[in-house]
Design a protein around this ligand. Structure first.
Ligand code: CMC
Length: 392
């Protein structure tokens, strides 16, 4: 306690030890529990990856089937929780609805909230994984004025979510297997990213021994911001803006380089990656595949690719080691799948959920954990004498 160091934004300060995710930002390497992301993406399903992150090992076929069936059993929301959605304004942002609803889970499952009771943690883990897709789809249905569907537990995790989102009660919904497998892979790519803003938030809130739902709902709010998960939405607004104003990419890049207030190349740059984000390379390829599949040749994809090319050849971006991050191309895929822009960050939250859970569990079980309590360097007034209001 002798001295305090200032590290605004925690650029050089580790807040914990962790055995979950490894990133080498200079080399562009990302591994979950030792497995390189490019080996998991497209091969391990999202639930399989969730199991890996949470329990530390890839599941056997039996373990995965058992985990999957436990999650499927909990997809329904409490009936009173369904009414909850009626109270929000119709144009509410679904991220705000999601964080509120996740927070509200603490009110419905009060019997199982003890962070130090392994059974409580286990059932909360399963409830969260099972209910967040239902909540997310209800937030969407509410925004478009359609009735919410009940989950169909004959369907897999992503298929169920797609049906809940795009299905209507009056018709059968056929899941497009290509869309489902790409969405599953995108969730895998987002599943954990060590101590990012939202995960650090989940750990910090949890370090006060707040329950898992309370901690994760704080994480959803941290993810909401445009410098973090909200970037996927911001990228699409940026691309739309450039497109609608005549498509002059160079003019936009000049504005970024002049650092006009609020003008950034969204979807570029990362605190840790000073090289191509390995997830972005995978997403870029998937973007082409999905757009070909859905038959739409979105002019925004060409625009994004040209923008990337121009930026990567420009000294401003080269000298600052700014490369596309995971969010640069995801929005285009979500759009091609039919998701409105407001849902993009919700999809990120769905993906990041197992990471938040795994990190919270690691934090709670680590005997070295102390309540998170950063210090400060005080810059205010020195001691001064109180002046009565009549003399001011
Ligand atoms: N466009 C233009 N300039 C940028 C950008 C960008 N996207 N990102 C960083 N810079 C510049 C910045 O102005 C600074 O320049 P200078 O050295 O002249 O002052 C330099 O690069 C270093 O940037 P920084 O702001 O110190 O970097 P940071 O580590 O604090 O911020 C970041 C990281 C991701 C917040 C930032 O790169 C950014 O705002 N990017 C756009 C938003 C975005 O895409 N976020 C998603 C991140 S990946 C997924 C996730 O984590 O959610």
């Amino acid at each position: 306690t002798g001295y305090v160091t200032l590290d605004t934004g925690f650029v050089n300060t580790a807040s914990c030890t962790s055995a979950i995710t490894y990133i080498d930002g200079d080399a562009g390497i990302l591994r979950y529990r030792g497995y390189p992301i490019d080996q998991l993406a497209g091969k391990a399903s999202f639930l399989e990856t969730s199991y890996l992150l949470i329990y530390g090992e890839l599941p056997t076929a039996t373990q995965l089937a058992e985990f999957d069936s436990r999650v499927r059993k909990h997809t329904l929301l409490h009936e009173e929780m369904r009414q909850f959605f009626g109270g929000f304004p119709r144009d509410a942002h679904p991220m705000a609805v999601l964080s509120s609803a996740v927070s509200a889970l603490s009110t419905f499952y009060q019997d199982a909230l003890d962070p130090f009771n392994p059974e409580d943690v286990e059932i909360s883990t399963v409830r969260l994984l099972a209910k967040v897709p239902t909540i997310a789809s209800y937030a969407y249905k509410k925004s478009i004025g359609q009735p919410a569907l009940f989950p169909d537990n004959n369907l897999g995790y992503v298929e169920n979510f797609l049906r809940l989102t795009f299905g209507v009660p009056t018709e059968d919904y056929e899941v497009d297997p290509v869309v489902a497998s790409v969405l599953d892979m995108l969730l895998v790519l987002h599943a954990d990213h060590e101590q990012n803003c939202s995960t650090s938030t989940v750990r910090l809130v949890g370090s006060s021994h707040a329950n898992l739902f309370a901690s994760v709902s704080a994480g959803v709010n941290a993810l909401f911001g445009p410098l973090h998960g909200g970037a996927n939405e911001a990228v699409l607004s940026m691309l739309n803006g450039i497109h609608q104003s005549g498509g002059d990419i160079n003019a936009f890049v000049e504005r970024v380089k002049k650092k006009e207030p609020g003008v950034k190349l969204m979807g570029f740059g990362h605190r840790v990656y000073k090289n191509y984000d390995p997830r972005a390379a995978i997403v870029k390829k998937a973007a082409r595949d999905v757009l070909e599949r859905t038959g739409g040749n979105d002019p925004l994809l060409d625009l994004a690719m040209q923008l990337e090319e121009i930026a990567l050849a420009d000294d401003f971006f080269i000298s600052r080691k700014l490369y596309p991050n995971v969010d640069f191309y995801t929005g285009l895929i979500y759009k091609a799948m039919g998701f409105p822009t407001k849902m993009f960050t919700v999809l990120f939250a769905l993906g990041r959920l197992p990471g938040w859970i795994a990190q919270w569990r690691e934090m709670i079980n680590d005997p070295a954990t102390k309540i998170g309590r950063p210090r400060q360097l005080y810059t205010g007034a020195p001691e001064r004498a109180f002046v009565p209001i009549t003399d001011r």
